[in-house]
Design a protein around this ligand. Structure first.
Ligand code: AMP
Length: 578
């Protein structure tokens, strides 16, 4: 099934704006097929699974259809469960964000009638309800169906399984004849066929064609991950498998932006690709990825289409793809030229059902894997560190520091004490990963990552601002001795009285500055974490605002003191005895 751009589907500007705000880049196959047909006024029978984007496939035309000046129910969506009703209502609310005067209302059993009466008398036009509760309201005459223009049965087969068939028939008999009727169902068993025959007029059938696709012979695994832990698990996997070249797929542009920022803040050389970037920006990113100057590319499906890079070790599905077809396209980026590759998919909550569909569609097995513990990552790092150390010792290619070491030995420190303290210092350098996830509380990080320096240096050669679209200005990056003056024109370096010792990450500074002052993130530049302070570059025009708003507030359990870095340097030089 073909995919289209939303702009090709005949949608009103305010609806396109709502879609844009949600970060959808292109219509999913079911949306591409169903939206134009529904906008033309035809009845539709859609056969598609959860996760295919079916809610927006009927939700978008429904919103477009609503006459916002008429304060009466115009669209009725029937769902099998309260969870689904709430979910559908939320999606509709987001899509209708820019269409003024449109109100949606979920009505389901278990919620107080009062609230639902209020919503109904306030003039909600899109009613999303479970059949039982809709019947109750009809009996109480609190819900009127005489202005209904469209009825949608979402997950019709499930509603039937749950015994709602009579309720559905009763409801459908009460809506005006002149209306559109839409059925969405994963399967179309006989009783549904009968309902369709009775209640629709020449329905257009849209279904996801199951295409025979060949899945490359690669290792496919999935992890069941709570949404909030995805980032941590991702970092662990990258660290554990020492991934050097990977693509991470996210569902939306926002997610791509966010994840890229998090990865950069944790010290990975990551960059991004999505539809909001100009062609020139995209080409620059792809060139850097091909040169291996970027180790991780975070992308949406659209942006990564046509990306042709060999030797990608792992494809991560940070968000589950819409359908089997997208899954196959995504994972086909690894395991090129007969080389082994790996596809890792994160599955949150009920998404497991979507994964089962994908497995059926691709006729391949996706193995469940166990989330590595922080200790395993640490153990692997320790081994790698020991190997790197041994190699350096064998090669003998290092500068000797006999004098310093002799003096420490003379002070009665043992060689093991000294070496351990050194490892400790080295380990502290790294801002990557290392947070607890709900199932394990350990987050110790004792060993430095021997590959990190090499990676950072690679990134330093031609860092592009980590995909933030701001060339040559990484928020974070290799730790270096930062001076008190910014290297960037128009930026002023500020010193914050919080540093690595207070367990802060570079991203925390971006968060607090942007959060408190509302200045765009683009006006915050390089961030240099030091032991007890941090130097942050801020656009000159914003310095006064940052000093005024941030001084004295609580941050990481401390009272924040911020001042221009150069000022502090002058003071401390003046204070030093001659
Ligand atoms: P559904 O099949 O309606 O349950 O949708 C599954 C998820 O996909 C929801 O989180 C939607 O917000 C999201 N979604 C729907 N359409 C698109 C699209 N065109 N692009 C990206 N995400 C989408």
């Amino acid at each position: 099934m073909q995919k289209k751009l939303f702009s090709e589907l005949g949608l009103a500007p305010e609806i396109l704006k709502g879609i844009e705000r949600m970060g959808f880049e292109e219509a999913s196959p079911i949306q591409s097929a169903a939206i134009p047909v529904l906008l033309e006024g035809a009845d539709v029978v859609g056969q598609s699974q959860t996760g295919s984007g079916k809610t927006a496939a009927f939700g978008i035309p429904a919103i477009q259809l609503v006459d916002a000046s008429l304060r009466a129910p115009q669209v009725l969506i029937l769902c099998p469960t309260r969870e689904l009703a709430v979910q559908v209502a939320e999606e509709i609310a987001k899509l209708a964000f820019f269409k003024r005067g449109v109100r949606e209302l979920p009505i389901y059993g278990g919620q107080s009638y009062e609230r639902q009466f209020r919503g109904l008398s306030a003039g909600a036009q899109i009613i999303i309800g479970t059949p039982g509760r809709v019947m109750d309201h009809l009996e109480r005459k609190s819900l009127k169906l005489d202005q209904i223009k469209m009825v949608i049965l979402d997950e019709a087969d499930r509603m039937l399984d749950m015994g709602f068939v009579d309720d559905i028939k009763t409801i459908l008999r009460q809506v005006p004849e002149e209306r559109q009727t839409v059925f969405f169902s994963a399967t179309i068993p006989r009783p549904i066929q009968e309902l369709i025959k009775t209640f629709t007029r020449e329905p257009v059938s849209v279904r996801m064609e199951a295409q025979a696709l060949t899945v490359p012979a690669i290792d496919q695994v999935y992890y069941e991950v709570d949404r909030r832990s995805k980032l941590e698990v991702l970092c662990r996997l990258i660290d554990l498998e020492d991934v050097k070249l990977a693509i991470i797929f996210c569902a939306t542009k926002m997610m791509v932006d966010e994840l890229t920022e998090h990865l950069i803040a944790r010290g990975y050389t990551a960059d991004k690709l999505h539809g909001d970037m100009t062609q020139a920006m995209r080409e620059r990113v792809m060139a850097r990825f091909r040169r291996r100057a970027v180790e991780i590319l975070v992308a949406t499906d659209v942006a990564a289409r046509g990306l042709d890079v060999d030797d990608i070790e792992v494809v991560f599905n940070f968000d589950l793809p819409h359908d089997g077809e997208d899954y196959v396209h995504r994972i086909g980026r690894t395991g090129r030229a007969g080389k082994g590759g790996k596809a890792v998919t994160f599955v949150a909550g009920r998404e497991i059902y979507r994964l089962e569909n994908i497995q059926r569609f691709t006729k391949s097995r996706i193995r469940r894997a166990k989330i590595p513990s922080a200790e395993e990552v640490e153990g692997k790092r320790a081994t790698a560190f020991a190997e790197a150390l041994r190699e350096t010792l064998q090669k003998g290619e290092y500068k000797r520091h006999d004098e310093l070491l002799d003096s420490l030995l003379e002070q009665n420190y043992s060689p093991t004490d000294i070496a351990s303290a050194l490892i400790h210092l080295l380990g502290e350098e790294k801002p990557r990963g290392g947070q607890a996830i709900p199932e394990d509380r350990s987050s110790s990080r004792n060993f430095p990552d021997p590959g990190a320096r090499e990676r950072r240096e690679r990134g330093r050669d031609d860092h592009d601002g980590g995909g933030r679209g701001r060339p040559e200005r990484p928020h974070t990056g290799p730790r270096e001795e930062a001076g008190t003056v910014s290297h960037e024109p128009g930026m002023v370096r500020l010193a914050f009285n919080v540093g690595r010792a207070h367990a802060v990450q570079p991203g925390d500074f971006v968060g607090v500055i942007a959060g408190v002052t509302a200045i765009p993130k683009g006006e915050i530049g390089a961030i240099h974490l030091q032991a007890t302070k941090t130097l942050v570059d801020v656009a000159e025009a914003r310095v006064d605002l940052v000093l005024k708003k941030l001084n004295g507030i609580q941050f990481k359990g401390r009272k924040l003191a911020v001042r221009p870095a150069a000022e502090g340097a002058k003071k401390s030089r003046a204070a030093r005895p001659a």
